[in-house]
Design a protein around this ligand. Structure first.
Ligand code: NAD
Ligand code: MG
Length: 394
């Protein structure tokens, strides 16, 4: 029996994870769940999975959750705050941690799981983007097992040779990181500035949380994924080609020196990479239907238009620059996306904010978690400042 903590259980990845867990009661059991705002949903999840612990943001959330929890799962204990998250991520009873909190706030609890040497299923790409060097160091030192949940990285992981890593390249020439191009891939350029949050979140192929959906529309998501792939697979940005593949059937590819390209295909449903990582190195059913390749019929590819997707260009530059550039990019993007979702910033303002913040701040070489977090804070303040300037409220 494998005991699992799901950080971000109420989100899109969290729900898909619980769907896979429910299919295999003989293999997986929930040790702890965490949630932030949807406390009703969290209570229902506790009722179904009867975890030992549930983690919420603060005492106020704990008080709201207490009553439904008494009825649905009286033995579940409530813990609060970042410390509560870190505790349920690192408890000795836990075998596996699904890191599916969105954004930089996911860093500390994910790192707590890594430092405790857990099998860590990483959906929270932002933590690797902001602190990749420290994060990967911690993985090696604690001998944690890090398995990628992001569909592209999970696909790359599946296509890499068994002897890849630790100085061995196993004949890999490069990686082809695919992305659908999002909902605005072929929208007229002049229409982008008026796009609403609901339009940006209407992804053609994937059902996801709102932050990553906006990132997909700007293609910042692919940029964050490029940085994520560099850390996960010890690659230089030049060894990764971003390829637009509108059908989202191929989830990424690995090219070898002999000219072979291996691809991983499947329906766009996150339960496939989740089940893959949960059962690895074995395989279990995920609830995902067979891919009908006859129905799929064709696979298209094109190169990304960096004028349409300035966020992708900014992320590529930050990947090449290294140091604190990715952390600054990530923090500015989080603030800008929240500004867009909150109606304060037009869609095209997101790239504008990120570019200006990157121009304003000095790039440093943060060598501790505290240094990374102060870069993150500085970039957030700077982004708020830029938004006020851009929207004329400064
Ligand atoms: P979501 O918005 O649906 O869920 C986010 C989860 O984080 C929720 O459980 C929420 O309660 C929790 N959360 C939010 N703010 C928090 C805070 N301040 N403190 C503690 N918890 C907080 O997001 P999602 O789509 O499930 O994505 C989660 C992560 O997985 C993101 O990092 C995203 O980039 C990554 N990811 C998602 C997908 C996908 O298909 N949804 C694919 C690849 C990677
Ligand atoms: Mg992805």
């Amino acid at each position: 029996m494998q005991y699992l903590t799901v950080l971000g259980a109420t989100g899109s990845i969290g729900e898909s994870t619980l769907d896979v867990v429910a299919r295999h009661p003989d293999r997986f059991r929930i040790f702890a769940l965490s949630g932030y705002s949807q406390l009703d949903k969290l209570a229902r999840q506790c009722g179904q999975f009867k975890p030992g612990f549930v983690a919420v943001a603060d005492q106020q959330s704990a008080a709201i959750l207490a009553e439904p929890l008494r009825a649905l799962s009286p033995a579940t204990e409530i813990v609060v705050g970042q410390q509560g998250l870190c505790d349920v991520a690192s408890a000795p009873e836990v075998d596996m941690v699904m890191a599916a909190i969105v954004g930089a706030v996911g860093l500390r609890p994910t790192l707590a799981a890594v430092l405790a040497g857990k099998k860590v299923l990483l959906a929270n790409k932002e933590s690797l983007v902001m602190a990749g060097g420290l994060f990967m160091d911690a993985v090696r030192r604690a001998e944690a097992t890090l398995l990628p949940i992001d569909s592209e990285h999970n696909a790359i992981f599946q296509c890499l040779p068994a002897n890849y890593g630790l100085g061995q390249r196993g004949g890999v020439r490069k990686v082809l990181l695919t992305g659908s191009g999002g909902p605005f891939r072929s929208a007229p350029l002049e229409s982008l500035s008026a796009m609403t949050p609901d339009q940006a979140c209407a992804h053609p192929n994937w059902q996801m949380g709102r932050k990553i959906s906006v990132d997909s529309a700007t293609m910042m998501n692919k940029g964050l994924e490029l940085i994520e792939a560099c850390w996960l697979f010890d690659l230089h940005p030049e060894e990764i080609d971003v390829v637009i593949h509108p059908q989202s059937v191929i989830h990424s590819m690995v090219e070898y020196v002999d000219g072979s390209i291996l691809a991983q295909l499947g329906n766009p449903d996150m339960r496939t990479p989740i089940a893959h990582a949960m059962a690895w190195p074995e395989r279990v059913t995920s609830g995902v239907a067979s891919l009908d390749i006859i129905q799929t019929a064709r696979l298209d590819f094109e190169s990304p238009d960096l004028q349409r997707f300035p966020c992708l260009k900014l992320a590529m530059e930050a990947a090449r620059r290294g140091g604190s550039a990715p952390a600054i990019l990530n923090a500015a993007n989080e603030v800008a996306v929240a500004g867009f979702l909150g109606g304060r910033l037009p869609f095209t303002g997101i790239a504008e904010v990120v570019a200006r913040v990157l121009n304003r701040l000095e790039i440093t070489e943060p060598d501790s978690l505290e240094a990374v977090q102060s870069c993150d804070q500085l970039a957030r303040h700077s982004a708020e400042d830029v938004i006020e300037q851009l929207t004329g409220k400064g």
